[in-house]
Design a protein around this ligand. Structure first.
Ligand code: WTA
Length: 652
């Protein structure tokens, strides 16, 4: 056994019990957690039904908790509600009217605070404007925006009128916008002239123009533009509308309609294993219930807390845990436009100090960057307001976990490592900070009501310390309902392997204490800095370049990003032209966005294939990682491998 291994086993033995003070005041302590587990075990439908009645404001009560016809689940049948009412109206007569709902800080330091009453008013005004434009229940609205308050307002206004928002991360390219807008036939795009990123303008409107050029996105009738960067943009009078001019005449009163519990709330595209990204559909009541509950249980949100999730709202983490969860709980949620190291690497710590942030939720890739920048940056700031830390997006290595605990949490704050997915809507496996002993690197246990398990190929639960596939045995309210316009893909992707059990796509291990360790994806999804990318997406982008014949994309472990993209490419002409590596990297950025830029491109005369012609990505992954390639018996032509190995040696 080498030293590293001994070290990691020793590390795994470290256990941190919830601090006594924290446990005493926690929203959920060990006793209450056990009660919830017991209640669920006795009668799952009653458990969910009671929670739904206690937590949500219903316009019409439901008559049936769950209708489960695998793989299709319907929750809270017959019930009617409005999700924007859960986030806003319900707080207006509870003493929270003048409480900060959103504290926003722009990259340039500008600050805006919106109280619940003010946010409600802005959402009503925008909802009125949307209705006046003819946006109706069920219509799809694309949101391609910087992290400005209008983004939250736009999303909540869509929810209020029953239109589905389809948020597209502001770093995506015109082609990526086109795929997502055309795929879900959006009627409207809401954007901004630009956003700020490290002092530079991100030209969002230009990118939207490019997506709409030459008849692209034919379903789009109008483009609403928020004034943010005020730089010059091109303007199509018949199509483009300034946000401020649109809302100026609108009333701040809007009577919300009631929608069916199962009415789809939004679409969010995410990378899948095969083909193009898929539009995950979430339903109103179930999603609202679970994001609300998990915000209270996992983040221990209290009335006076300032809570900050550093994700972009363009990802599910931002949807669930900047917006819907915390607002339903009547919390104060902080929203930050910029980057963690602009103007200096202490920007986050400065924000925590100035706003008195109590709960901080970020990604392992960010934590590893903070480690690299040095502990002197957080040490400059008073971080004593913090009482809870969270992590999401990828496995957190024990070293990063310990650094986070020591240098940000000053050994006082529990850490919640939350495992979940775009598809799960909310947290699934996570410590409860006032109840669960934590272990660096483990997401610990499934939350009450979630029947997660680790199984072997045949679907049998694995023994202690054995690896397997992560599944969920029963449906839960925030589970995706389908893939937009493609029930077959939904079924095949998540329920194709173990019948009515949800296949997460992650590998995992359960230790002798019952803690679950997530090992990462078992399919061809790559997780770069916590962002999901399908190998197919990047490969299609590469082969769309005229010089490329074939491409195979694999992941290589990366100290900072978790994984990095390595592409193996064969060319039309054998010799790569000068600078082709950079040209192809740039091409991928243009086709998808900067998050998909390959770290490395290797040119090769041929790709290793099986006799039936399948590219052997596993061998390529070994080569990319500098490992000795594993089983090569099915390889069609062993010379290909030899030449790849030679190349690898030459590079080393
Ligand atoms: C990974 C992000 C380990 C996992 C919320 C999952 C994690 C994918 C964790 C979903 C975690 C997320 N520990 N791995 N705490 N959280 N993942 O859809 O591989 O962007 O399947 O949702 O991220 O990514 P998505």
């Amino acid at each position: 056994m080498n030293d590293d291994k001994i070290d990691s086993i020793l590390q795994e033995k470290r256990i941190f019990n919830p601090p006594a003070d924290f446990a005493k005041n926690a929203n959920l302590n060990a006793e209450k957690l056990a009660e919830l587990d017991k209640k669920y075990a006795e009668d799952p439908d009653k458990y969910w039904g009671d929670l739904a009645r206690e937590e949500l404001v219903w316009d019409k009560d439901f008559h049936t908790v769950l209708d489960w016809k695998p793989p299709f689940a319907k929750w809270f049948l017959g019930g009617e509600l409005n999700v924007s009412v859960q986030c806003l109206d319900r707080h207006l007569d509870t003493g929270r009217r003048n409480k900060a709902a959103i504290i926003w800080e722009g990259e340039d330091g500008e600050q805006i605070t919106l109280t619940y009453q003010q946010l409600h008013r802005e959402v009503c005004r925008f909802a009125n404007a949307l209705e006046l434009m003819g946006i109706k229940q069920g219509d799809r609205v694309a949101v391609y925006m910087p992290m400005v308050p209008e983004m939250a307002i736009a999303m909540l206004a869509c929810a209020r009128i029953g239109a589905l928002h389809n948020v597209i991360f502001g770093g995506y390219s015109a082609q990526a916008i086109k795929d997502r807008v055309e795929g879900s036939e959006c009627k409207l795009i809401i954007t901004a002239d630009g956003g700020w990123r490290r002092g530079k303008i991100v030209p969002l409107k230009d990118t939207v123009d490019e997506a709409l050029a030459n008849g692209g996105c034919p379903s789009v009738e109008k483009v609403i533009v928020v004034r943010r960067t005020a730089h010059e943009i091109t303007w199509d009078k018949s199509r483009d509308i300034w946000w401020d001019e649109l809302i100026a005449p609108q009333s701040g009163k809007h009577t919300p309609k009631s929608f069916d519990a199962e009415h789809p709330l939004f679409i969010l595209y995410t990378s899948g294993t095969t083909g193009s990204p898929k539009g995950v559909i979430h339903a109103s009541a179930g999603y609202a219930l679970w994001t609300k509950l998990t915000s209270r249980w996992v983040f221990d949100l209290k009335e006076d807390d300032v809570y900050w999730c550093t994700a972009d709202i363009g990802w599910i983490t931002g949807h669930s845990y900047i917006l819907y969860g915390p607002l339903q709980e009547g919390a104060t949620t902080l929203m930050f436009e910029g980057a963690p190291n602009y103007p200096e690497p202490d920007r986050f710590w400065d924000i925590i100090e100035r706003h008195g942030v109590n709960i901080f939720y970020t990604a392992p890739t960010a934590i590893r960057a903070f480690m690299k920048w040095g502990e002197e940056w957080p040490a400059k700031h008073d971080l004593s307001s913090l009482r809870l830390l969270g992590s999401v997006g990828e496995p957190i290595n024990p070293e990063a976990w310990m650094w986070y605990r020591e240098h940000i949490g000053h050994n006082q704050c529990p850490i919640v490592d939350t495992w979940w997915q775009t598809e799960t809507g909310g947290h699934m496996i996570s410590p409860i900070p006032g109840a669960t002993p934590t272990v660096p690197g483990s997401a610990t246990r499934a939350l009450p009501g979630i029947e997660a398990d680790v199984v072997d190929r045949d679907g049998n639960s694995v023994g202690d310390d054995e690896g397997g596939l992560l599944i969920v045995r029963r449906p839960w309210p925030a589970m995706l309902r389908t893939v937009y316009g493609n029930d077959a893909r939904f079924k095949a992707g998540y329920f194709g392997r173990f019948g009515d059990k949800y296949l997460a796509g992650d590998g995992a291990r359960r230790d002798a204490n019952g803690n679950i360790w997530i090992m990462g994806r078992i399919d061809d999804i790559i997780n770069v800095s916590g962002h999901r990318l399908g190998t197919m997406e990047v490969e299609s982008a590469l082969v769309s370049h005229p010089d490329v014949t074939e491409a195979a994309v694999v992941a290589r472990p990366d100290d900072l990003k978790g994984q990095a993209i390595v592409a193996f490419v064969t060319l039309e002409n054998d010799k790569p032209g000068e600078d082709l590596e950079n040209i192809l990297k740039q091409h991928v950025v243009h086709e998808i966005g900067a998050i998909a830029r390959p770290a490395e491109i290797r040119f090769t005369p041929a790709l290793p294939k099986t006799r039936s012609g399948k590219i052997m990505r596993r061998l390529l992954a070994d080569i990319a990682a500098g490992r000795t390639p594993g089983d090569t018996t099915t390889l069609e032509d062993s010379k290909v491998l030899d030449s790849l190995k030679e190349q690898m040696n030459a590079k080393a």
